[in-house]
Design a protein around this ligand. Structure first.
Ligand code: C5P
Length: 309
């Protein structure tokens, strides 16, 4: 088959947010190695960008710049390459498609913020546009779930309840904007290692359910109520693997956070502030304290992976 003509534009760019888990309830390890989850995802305004440009058929190359770029694989393990190949294989004239991909990272790697998953979602959106593929939202979501548990949420964004291994997402009824302060760790944490520690620390976990208090808090839009309802079953495992994180959480609460938790499998600490000015004060105090590698403010919810520019 002849190669489709390259489009006139040099490429397309998609922007995608980080996520935090407002609730992460984890059940017993399944036979396939995954854990059943009941989680509440929340997309926050810390963004990676993925650009896709035309390349020779069956040529998929990737470059990475920005936060933690040296930690991102550039081979076929890269989630952006996997996403592009999967999309080409399932929805395109496979032999005639290729892409030159570049990732600009602001979301740290191995941080519990689903940065790799975000990049995979952005690559699906960017390549679908580059190749002019007409995909339904449902078709994209199916590919996203194949790429990873957190990828469907990265497409959706907002605030959403996740079930299954996290890949089944339904938008949640949530009011208001929340102001967060994120404390990045000095070292990453491996998600499988944190789940493994969870298995050791929690031999008989209950079937996971999202707490009612959290869903009620989201409907009221009151940060104090939400702060009191934040919960993460993986937090004891993350604190066990990186005991210094306990100090980070305590420092944020001392500096006025209305809620604090480790995001996902960590090590990022997420602090909820009562207001935007309170978040600015909290970020300044935490930065000065020096416990975190870097401190960033972000608000949520924000939309999922979208084309920009
Ligand atoms: O789905 P994803 O490839 O992002 O998951 C990475 C790893 O995290 C899995 O291989 C598994 O070890 C762990 N995981 C899990 N249960 C989940 C999601 C992820 O045990 N629900």
């Amino acid at each position: 088959m002849a190669s489709p003509l390259p489009p006139l534009s040099v490429g397309v760019r998609a922007r995608v947010p980080a996520k935090i888990n407002l609730a992460l309830k984890v059940g017993p390890r399944r036979r396939d190695g995954y854990h059943p989850l009941a989680t509440v995802y929340h997309a926050v305004s810390l963004y990676d960008e993925v650009s896709a440009g035309w390349a020779e058929p069956d040529e998929f190359e990737v470059s990475v710049s920005g936060e933690g770029a040296d930690l991102v694989p550039l081979d076929e393990d890269n989630l952006v390459v996997r996403a592009a190949r999967l999309l080409a294989r399932t929805h395109g004239p496979y032999d005639s498609l290729g892409a030159s991909l570049s990732i600009r990272k602001a979301i740290p790697v191995a941080a519990g913020l689903a940065g790799g998953s975000a990049d995979g979602a952005a690559a699906l959106v960017a390549c679908a546009a580059l190749w002019d593929l007409d995909l339904s939202a449902e078709a994209l979501r199916t590919l996203a779930a194949e790429l990873g548990s957190d990828v469907p949420f990265a497409l959706l964004g907002g605030t959403a309840v996740g079930s299954g291994r996290g890949e089944e997402v339904v938008p949640a009824l949530a009011r208001g904007t929340y102001h967060w302060v994120l404390g990045f760790g000095h070292h990453g944490l491996s998600t499988p290692a944190v789940y493994g520690r969870f298995d050791q620390l929690t031999p008989h976990p209950a079937a996971p359910e999202v707490p009612d208090e959290l869903m009620t808090a989201l409907r009221t839009g009151d940060p104090r109520q939400l702060g009191a309802a934040l919960v993460n079953d993986l937090q004891p495992a993350a604190l066990d693997l990186q005991p210094r994180l306990r100090q980070v959480i305590e420092a944020g609460l001392d500096f006025g956070a209305v809620g604090a938790l480790i995001s996902g499998s960590g090590p990022t600490a997420a602090f909820l502030a009562a207001s935007e000015p309170a978040a600015i004060d909290l970020a300044v105090a935490l930065s000065a304290d020096g416990l975190c590698r870097e401190v960033r403010r972000a608000s949520g919810p924000v939309t999922g992976a979208r084309l920009v520019g």
